[in-house]
Design a binder for this molecule. Structure first.
Ligand code: CFM
Length: 540
C-alpha cells in the first residue's frame, strides 16, 4: 500500500460504513498528468456530529460579502450572539479618507436588533422597524442592509416588507437579505444570496464612470489585511482606473456604478462568480479570473489583463511595472527562500485561497501538498465546464436564482466594452481564458491531495502521517496543530499581519512564514505536562 493510500485508510477506518462512503467522495489524489479529473463531491451537507470548519449562510452574506461595504449600515436582525460574533470583522480593512463626509465608515461597528424571547414569541418586525428609524436618525447612512439570522426565518418575520416600508419612510435604499444561517450547507449560500441582492438593487443604479482609459472592477477582493490596497496600488501604477473593489473597502456609491467598468477582474471565484456572470448577461461585461497572490501569478495576471485591452502603451507600462517590482522584491525573497526551499504546506481554507496560495508558496520554493476547501463547489475544484452537470439538490434549490436578461439600454457586447472589433475580441478570447475558471485541480501535482470539508479528525491524521512543515488554516484548528508541534498560520485573517497579495504582500508572507518556521520559542519552553513538579504541585 502506498503512503497516500495508508493515510486515506487511516482517515476513513474509524468511520461507520455510510460515513466512510460519503467522505471518500470528498477526497481526490491528483493522478498521472494525463488522467482526467475525477468528480469530487462538494457543496453538500456536512454529516451531523462531524466537527466541520464551515460557517453559516448569515456569515457568508453579512460577514463576507455585504459587511465590508463601508458606508452602508448592516443590521443583524436576530439574537445578540450573531451580531456580536461577526462584530470583529474578518480583518477586512476600510479607511475613511476617500469618502465624504469622512466619518461614514460603519463596517467595523455592530448593529443588531438583539432579539429577546418576547420578540421570538410575538415577532420582531416592529423592533426592526424601530431600529432602522433610530439608525437613520443617529447616523444618516446612505443605505442599509438587513441580514436575517436563523430565528427570523423560523418565526417568519417579513424583513422584505419592513425594508420596503422603511425605504418609503426614509427615502434611502434598505436591502433585506434572507440569509438565515440554515439557508444552505455553508456560508457559500450566503454569498449567493448577497450577490443576488447587490446585483438586483445596487448595481446599475449609478451613472458616474470614473475617468480613465481602462476602467476595471476587482470582484471578490475583500481587503483582508489590506490586500485590496496593495492591488489597487499595482493596478494604478499599470495605468488602470480601479472603479470598485467588491466589496473590500467599497462604498455603496461605487457599487452603483459597477456596470460602468470595461472589465471585471475576479479574484475570489467562489464568493462572487454570480455577480460576474450576471453582469456578463445583463450588461455584456467580460470578466477575467485573476490570481494576484504570488509574484509569478501576479505578473501573469497583469499580462493577461493587458492582452485583453490590446493596448501597446499599456503592455509597455505593465512590463515596466513587472520588471521594476520583480527586481525590487526578488532579492528579499531570495533570502527567505534559503530557509523555505523544499518545505511543504497543508492548507484548509474557504473556497479560493488554497488555490491562490499555491503560487506564492512555489515562488518561495515550497509546495502545497494537501489543499482543502471548506465550502467550494465542484467548479472550484474541476473548472466551470462542470457547472451544467451539477444536479441541483434540496439545499441548492433553497437559494433563488435570478434569471436576468440583457438590459435594453445598457447592454453592450463584450468587444464594445473593450473598445475593439468583434474579430479582435474573438482572437483575444482564444488566448486569454475570459469568463472562465479552471479550478484548483489542474494546478496540483501528482500525488497531492485535495480534500473537501475536512474535519478535525481528518486534519489530525493528515498532519501526523503526511507531516507538512506548515499548516495554513483558520483560528479553529490553528492551535490544535500548533500543539502537534507544526507551525501554523491563519490564512483567513492573516493573524495580525498582511497584506499578503501582490508584490509587497509576498514579502510579508515570506517573512511571516520564515518567522513561524524558525522561531526558537518551542525549544525554549517546557510545556506544563512535561514538568514533573507542575504535575505534583497541581496534584497537591
Ligand atoms: Fe473567497 Fe475570501 Fe475565500 Fe471566502 Fe471566507 Fe475569507 Fe476564505 Mo475566510 S471570500 S472563499 S468565505 S477568498 S472569509 S476573504 S479567507 S473562508 S478562502
Amino acid at each position: 500500500m502506498s503512503d497516500i493510500e495508508s493515510t486515506i485508510n487511516e482517515m476513513l477506518t474509524p468511520y461507520p460504513e455510510a460515513v466512510k462512503k460519503n467522505r471518500k467522495k470528498h477526497l481526490l489524489v491528483k493522478g498521472a498528468p494525463a488522467a482526467c479529473c475525477p468528480p469530487i463531491e462538494a457543496n453538500t451537507r456536512t454529516i451531523p456530529g462531524i466537527i466541520s470548519q464551515r460557517g453559516c449562510a448569515y456569515a457568508g452574506c453579512k460577514g463576507v460579502v455585504v459587511g465590508p461595504i463601508k458606508d452602508m449600515i448592516t443590521i443583524t436582525h436576530g439574537p445578540v450572539g450573531c451580531g456580536y460574533y461577526s462584530w470583529g470583522t474578518r480583518r477586512n480593512k476600510a479607511r475613511a479618507d476617500d469618502i465624504t463626509p469622512k466619518d461614514k465608515v460603519y463596517s467595523n461597528l455592530c448593529f443588531t436588533t438583539d432579539m429577546q424571547e418576547p420578540d421570538i414569541v410575538f415577532g420582531g418586525e416592529k423592533k426592526l422597524a424601530k431600529m432602522i428609524d433610530e439608525v437613520v436618525a443617529e447616523f444618516h447612512p446612505r443605505a442599509i442592509n438587513i441580514c436575517a439570522t436563523c430565528p427570523v426565518g423560523l418565526i417568519g418575520d417579513d424583513i422584505g416588507a419592513v425594508a420596503k416600508a422603511a425605504e418609503e419612510r426614509h427615502g434611502i435604499s434598505v436591502l433585506a437579505y434572507n440569509c438565515e444561517g440554515y439557508k444552505g450547507v455553508s456560508q457559500s449560500a450566503g454569498h449567493h444570496i448577497a450577490n443576488n441582492n447587490v446585483m438586483e438593487k445596487i448595481v446599475g443604479t449609478g451613472t458616474e464612470r470614473k475617468p480613465g482609459r481602462h476602467v476595471i472592477n476587482i470582484l471578490g477582493e475583500y481587503n483582508i489585511g489590506g490586500d485590496g490596497w496593495e492591488l489597487e496600488r499595482i493596478l494604478a501604477e499599470c495605468g488602470y482606473t480601479v472603479n470598485c473593489v467588491l466589496t473590500g473597502d467599497s462604498t455603496y456609491l461605487d457599487i452603483k456604478n459597477l456596470h460602468l467598468a470595461d472589465l471585471n477582474l475576479v479574484q475570489c471565484h467562489r464568493s462572487i462568480n454570480y455577480i460576474a456572470e450576471m453582469m456578463e448577461t445583463k450588461y455584456g461585461t467580460p470578466w477575467l479570473k485573476v490570481n494576484l497572490i504570488g509574484i509569478e501569478s501576479t505578473n501573469e495576471s497583469l499580462r493577461q489583463i493587458a492582452q485583453v485591452f490590446n493596448d501597446p502603451a499599456l503592455v509597455a507600462k505593465i512590463e515596466e511595472v513587472i520588471e521594476r517590482e520583480t527586481a525590487r522584491v526578488g532579492p528579499i525573497l531570495d533570502q527567505y527562500r534559503k530557509v523555505l526551499l523544499g518545505k511543504t504546506a497543508f492548507a484548509i481554507v474557504g473556497g479560493s485561497r488554497s488555490h491562490h496560495y499555491q503560487y506564492l508558496l512555489r515562488d518561495l520554493g515550497m509546495e502545497m501538498i494537501i489543499a482543502g476547501y471548506e465550502f467550494a463547489h465542484r467548479d472550484d475544484y474541476e473548472g466551470r465546464q462542470v457547472i451544467p452537470t451539477i444536479k441541483p439538490d434540496a439545499d441548492s434549490k433553497n437559494i433563488p436564482e435570478l434569471h436576468l436578461v440583457p438590459d435594453e439600454k445598457m447592454y453592450k457586447d463584450a468587444h464594445v466594452h473593450l473598445n475593439m472589433s468583434k474579430e479582435k475580441y474573438d482572437e483575444i478570447k482564444e488566448k486569454v481564458p475570459l469568463n472562465y475558471y479552471e479550478g484548483i485541480y489542474p494546478n496540483m501535482k501528482e500525488g497531492q491531495i485535495i480534500i473537501d470539508d475536512a474535519n478535525h479528525h481528518e486534519v489530525e491524521v493528515l498532519i501526523k502521517t503526511v507531516k507538512p512543515d506548515l499548516f495554513l488554516s483558520g483560528v479553529r484548528d490553528k492551535y490544535i496543530v500548533h500543539k502537534m508541534c507544526v507551525a501554523s498560520k491563519q490564512l483567513h485573517a492573516y493573524d495580525y499581519s498582511g497584506p499578503y497579495a501582490g508584490y509587497n504582500g509576498a514579502i510579508n508572507f515570506a517573512r511571516d512564514v520564515v518567522n513561524a518556521l524558525t522561531t526558537p520559542a518551542w525549544k525554549l519552553i517546557t510545556p506544563p505536562w512535561e514538568k514533573e513538579e507542575t504535575r505534583s504541585e497541581s496534584n497537591a
